[in-house]
Design a protein around this ligand. Structure first.
Ligand code: ADP
Ligand code: MG
Length: 264
């Protein structure tokens, strides 16, 4: 069974920035996948499309068998519980303890009370930060804060975890600890999708690696090491050059944005 399917997905933002171009791939339930590529390659957009935070310009996406464009608005809260999201623009609230930061997400699922609190505790324990439960974000290390973000993403009981550069601010030890936690969640059956810049970590992990370049999927390898060649600047320039050429010939003009994006 597929956890995620992208079929000819395009995403063009209001000012013409192409973040995804004819992207097709699928991820099986229980897989662990890295999404890599240079800054601006479209990693975050791909993850945000997957979690329905962003709508496609064209193409189709299925998550756990549901086509995203066909989920009725009133079923969205239920859909969102199937996907745990860890991304840097969704940080911890400074004025709440780690426990309360995680508990907030439990409240969103209406699982309040003793049961919800026990769930938060068990996750903080699993993440190795139960002794930091009553600390505020400024009182803990970056690694501990990252693990609290992971606990918050997982507390809703998702089957898929999406993490956008989860080790971006972490030193090598803390990065490695976080990868071990992601591996453990994956071993428990969670489908894990991680956007990462961290060449060394991606290489060590030997997992499936999807490489993006200028919005295009340029490589998809099992047990891969970081594909430096595919992520290479020359490849990006080649795609941009080709796109500019096609633009002048009008072939991209039918990808008008239907307003799902949020132009600043
Ligand atoms: N909300 C947005 N509005 C306009 N352009 C965007 C938006 N988000 C991303 N982009 C553009 O889409 C491209 C891919 O960005 P992004 O997905 O953030 O890449 P990455 O995460 O790989 O660095 C970039 O050219 C970026 O400028
Ligand atoms: Mg990004």
């Amino acid at each position: 069974m597929e956890a995620v399917v992208f079929e000819n997905v395009n995403k063009v933002f209001a000012r013409g920035e192409v973040a995804a171009e004819d992207v097709s791939f699928s991820i099986k339930k229980g897989e662990f996948v890295f999404v890599i590529g240079r800054s601006g390659a479209g990693k975050s957009t791909l993850l945000r499309l997957m979690s329905a935070q962003e709508r496609t310009t064209s193409g189709r996406i299925w998550v756990n068998g549901q086509e995203l464009d066909r989920i009725p608005e009133k079923k969205m809260p239920y859909f969102r519980r199937q996907i745990g999201v860890m991304q840097s623009d969704l940080g911890l609230l400074d004025d709440r303890t780690l426990f309360d930061n995680v508990y907030l997400s439990v409240i969103a699922t209406e699982q309040q009370g003793r049961k919800g609190k026990r769930r938060v505790e068990s996750l903080l324990r699993a993440m190795g930060i139960i002794d930091r439960a009553r600390f505020y974000p400024r009182e803990v290390s970056m690694g501990e804060a990252a693990r609290a973000l992971l606990a918050r993403a997982m507390v809703i009981g998702p089957s898929i975890l999406i993490a956008d550069e989860p080790t971006a601010n972490l030193d090598p030890d803390a990065s490695w600890d976080l990868m071990c936690l992601l591996t453990e969640l994956n071993r428990q059956g969670i489908t894990v999708v991680v956007a990462s810049h961290n060449q060394e970590l991606v290489s060590i992990m030997r997992r499936r690696v999807i490489t993006l370049s200028a919005g295009r999927l340029v490589a998809d390898e099992k047990n891969a090491v970081y594909n430096v060649r595919a992520a290479d600047a020359m490849e990006e320039r080649r795609i941009l050059h080709e796109r500019e050429y096609r633009k002048q010939n009008g072939t991209l003009s039918d990808h008008s944005d239907r307003g799902g994006g949020q132009p600043e």
